[in-house]
Design a protein around this ligand. Structure first.
Ligand code: KIV
Length: 272
């Protein structure tokens, strides 16, 4: 059951650019630990993002802001140990790149060196140009992230659709062009009108990967725990759930408790 046009043994940043040229859509999911990353990689996903959404889904925080670089390194190194094929991209967490370009480079080097990541992702456009340049000049591949940028949630106040207004849409297009010009290998567009995302994907040559950005882009990304139905509170329109894992897990645990209480587990074949 594969719609892939070409079999990539190992996905690289160049493979993604090639996929865009060939019109092959790029598949991307998050993962934060060894076991989940192993399963996702075995299914031949193209890109695994160790997202700072780990702050929400792994640690139960309301926003992505609290997660630290050391915590990201813990998640990222577990994912890298599991992955044989996918490109592993790791988010630079809030506070690890905004204050100055030197700090941004230091944080990126830690992610590449200590976790073994293949690329980093940072949120923002023109305002982080100097940091972006510094990281790229060190030979570290960077994925950009525009539209809804969750690390700026307290600036915007809501998680609603971004760039509906003309001025914001125009800035987003300019930022996308800038990120391409600086040398980003790909770009995530989050929660913006589909028509705008399509326009960006047609304007830049680098792959544009959408989340809540419609079908006219070069690939899609979802948070793994959301698409597996492991998170239950979060139900935006763009989310397609492929499983109801929360219910299935709870049911399995109920069966286990019942078997323990009734003395059915372990049986004769399950002991030494
Ligand atoms: O942190 C994350 O999971 C992300 C995706 C939503 C793109 O940035």
């Amino acid at each position: 059951m594969s719609a892939a046009k070409k079999a990539y043994k190992r996905v690289t940043t160049n493979s993604l650019i090639e996929m865009k040229k060939e019109g092959e859509k790029i598949s991307m999911l998050t993962a934060y630990d060894y076991s989940m990353a192993k399963a996702v990689d075995a299914a031949n996903i193209d890109v695994i993002l160790v997202g700072d959404s780990a702050s929400n889904v792994m640690s139960g925080h309301e926003t992505t802001l609290p997660i630290t670089i050391d915590q990201m390194l813990y998640h990222a190194s577990a994912v890298v140990r599991a992955v044989k094929r996918a490109l592993v991209v790791v988010d630079l967490p809030f506070g690890s790149y905004q204050s100055d370009p030197k700090e941004a480079l230091r944080s990126s080097i830690r992610i590449m060196k200590e976790a073994g990541a293949h690329a980093v992702k940072i949120e923002g456009g023109a305002e982080i140009k100097d940091s972006m340049t510094r990281i790229l000049n060190a030979g570290i591949p960077v994925m950009g992230h525009l539209g809804l940028t969750p690390q700026s949630i307290y600036k915007f106040g809501t998680y609603s659709v971004r760039a509906r207004e003309e001025a914001e849409a125009a800035k987003l297009i300019e930022d996308a062009k800038l990120l391409e010009q600086l040398g980003c290998f790909a770009l995530v567009l989050e929660k913006i009108p589909a028509a705008l995302a399509t326009k960006v994907a047609k304007t830049v040559r680098i792959p544009v990967i959408g989340i809540g950005a419609g079908n006219g882009v070069d690939g899609q990304v979802l948070v793994l725990h959301d698409m597996l139905g492991l998170t239950t509170e979060f139900s935006p329109r763009f989310l397609r759930r492929y499983m109801n894992l929360y219910e299935q897990m709870t049911e399995a645990v109920l069966y286990y408790i019942n078997d323990v209480k009734s003395g059915d587990f372990p049986n004769k074949d399950e002991q030494y």
